[in-house]
Write a protein that binds this ligand. Structure first.
Ligand code: ZN
Length: 284
């Protein structure tokens, strides 16, 4: 699943290639986008900038129009030279934006819309986002939102984009492991110091995975790394490792589906304790 780092990387790559260029061709397989294009053609506009806001990719065109796209589970933006072979089948194409030098294509993207630049700040999916871990992050603002979560379990709080924007399911499990927090720990049971450490960790993990690849193609390749180890087999602590031994203590990694089936939580039952228990042990 694409997370904040993937979207950030996508937006940066698209920005470098497309900013300042004029759109020569625009094609949308999504009816609401095609409708806007018929009324106010996208071809002829200049792409002013591309940026990430949480898990949304925002592409601003001259004339005050922003294309908001969300990758959900399988979406991705690719960028090619004109005539270059696509790495995805044409039927998966949803949006195509061509300039003199590049062809940018969104594959398997189903959530996309045009928003007037002036309305963006009031636009619900973007306006309700919490502080962006990959943006100009304000830990105090995030803490205030965390305090509003009360007894909600941390595994839910970390995924709530209204609290902090940028984390997905992989980082959720990895960060809880590295913070030695059981997924069911209540948000209110985690100390302010521990939350600040967790946020710093989240930022450094996300930033560590925002690196430029050799090719201009941006897609989720599952090469996210949190252990710092180079071997692809060793790159994550607990995510997707249910039933395997913990890399620190050897205990079998537990897993469980939370809410909708896509959200699997992984944790080590020995390394990750409920915060209340841990604090009690620390004061002994
Ligand atoms: Zn362990």
């Amino acid at each position: 699943m694409p997370e904040g780092d993937t979207i950030y990387r996508t937006a940066r790559t698209l920005h470098r290639a497309l900013a300042g260029q004029t759109v020569t061709r625009f094609v949308a397989e999504l009816a609401p986008l095609a409708q806007v294009d018929r009324a106010e053609p996208i071809a002829g506009r200049t792409i002013e900038r591309v940026e990430a806001a949480g898990k949304h990719c925002l592409m601003t065109f001259s004339g005050g129009l922003v294309l908001r796209s969300h990758m959900r589970m399988n979406g991705s933006w690719h960028i090619y030279r004109p005539g270059e072979k696509w790495q995805m089948p044409a039927r998966a194409m949803r949006i195509l934006i061509e300039t003199a030098d590049w062809v940018a294509i969104a594959f398997n993207v189903y959530v996309a819309e045009f928003v007037d630049t002036a309305d963006l700040d009031r636009h619900r999916p973007v306006a309700t986002l919490g502080p962006d871990l990959l943006g100009d992050f304000d830990p105090d603002r995030a803490l205030a939102r965390i305090r509003d979560q009360g007894d909600r379990p941390v595994h839910e709080v970390l995924l709530d984009q209204r609290v902090m924007a940028g984390l997905g399911n992989v980082y959720k499990s990895e960060i809880l492991f590295l913070s030695k927090l059981h997924p069911d720990t209540q948000a209110s049971a985690v100390t302010e110091i521990a939350w600040r450490e967790l946020m710093t960790l989240a930022q450094s993990l996300l930033r560590g995975n925002v690196v430029d690849g050799a090719s201009g193609i941006v897609t989720y390749r599952g090469l996210r790394r949190t252990t710092g180890r180079m071997n692809p087999e060793d790159r994550l602590w607990v995510y997707s490792r249910g039933g395997q031994p913990c890399r620190k203590c050897g205990t079998t990694i537990a897993s469980r589906k939370d809410g909708d089936a896509a959200r699997v939580t992984y944790w080590c039952p020995s390394c990750q304790l409920l915060a209340t228990v841990r604090e009690h042990e620390e004061t002994k």
